[in-house]
Design a protein around this ligand. Structure first.
Ligand code: SF4
Length: 230
């Protein structure tokens, strides 16, 4: 497609190199592609700047970025990456041909989005390279029940559900997801500044939870609230 006819209808917030801070691949070096705009407004959101800070760009421009071209592992994040036009599915499909691609989604319309993603033309061979990390929103997020239970049925052992927990009741809720959606992984992440990670760890040990995994926000642990772009 020529530069003149490229569709510049993806809302790109930023691209940067970093370590993956969340999900099953936490700790791996990655290039993060963050899209702008979100269809939720969680109370604890730490990327509020992305709601309105973005510029329009095309699939081809993103693919041409050196940080994207050189990466073996791409994280597609937001905002909400699926709160974009359908060009997002084409972008992920192309990236997954040669890279591992993790999508961090809030879970809204997850069922439809996964169907669209895996239904995209010539994506099927590369499905194995795609990982989905979907939120499950608790009551304290102020966005309870706008997620994703239907879509969770489509997740597999390479995907995960992430629950940002603010109290121990949320951890018990996450355990219920483990029981209900055995094919995937459920991670609990302590809400930054609201629940002591050490106390959360003690609680999980006391309860002797099977298959419920704790994660901390690695980038915040390493770099605090500062800029973790590299
Ligand atoms: S879904 Fe994510 S990006 Fe959107 S408001 Fe909630 S925490 Fe922020």
């Amino acid at each position: 497609m020529s530069a003149k006819t490229e569709k510049k209808n993806l809302r790109l917030c930023q691209i940067f190199k970093s370590l993956s801070g969340e999900g099953l691949r936490s700790g791996y070096p990655a290039t993060l592609v963050r899209f702008g705009g979100c269809n939720l407004s969680c109370r604890y959101c730490d990327t509020k700047y992305s709601w309105n800070y973005y510029h329009n760009t095309s699939v081809e421009e993103i693919l041409g970025d050196e940080r994207v071209r050189s990466a073996g592992f791409i994280i597609i994040a937001g905002g909400e990456p699926f709160y974009q036009c359908d060009e997002i599915f084409r972008l992920i499909g192309i990236l997954a041909k040669s890279k591992i691609v993790e999508i961090e989604t809030n879970g809204v319309n997850l069922f439809d989005n996964i169907k669209k993603l895996y239904g995209a033309l010539d994506l099927s061979d590369y499905k194995k390279n795609i990982r989905i990390c979907s939120d499950y929103k608790t009551e304290e997020s102020d966005e309870y029940a706008r997620g994703a239970l239907d879509g969770f049925e489509l997740l597999t052992e390479k995907d995960c559900i992430k629950v940002v927990v603010q109290d121990f009741g949320d951890v018990d809720l996450a355990e219920k997801l483990v029981v209900r959606f055995r094919r995937t992984n459920v991670l609990v992440s302590p809400c930054y500044g609201e629940i002591d990670p050490a106390k959360l760890a003690d609680y999980m040990i006391d309860k002797n939870y099977l298959n419920l995994k704790m994660q901390i926000q690695l980038n915040k642990f390493l770099w605090g609230d500062g800029n973790f772009e590299k």
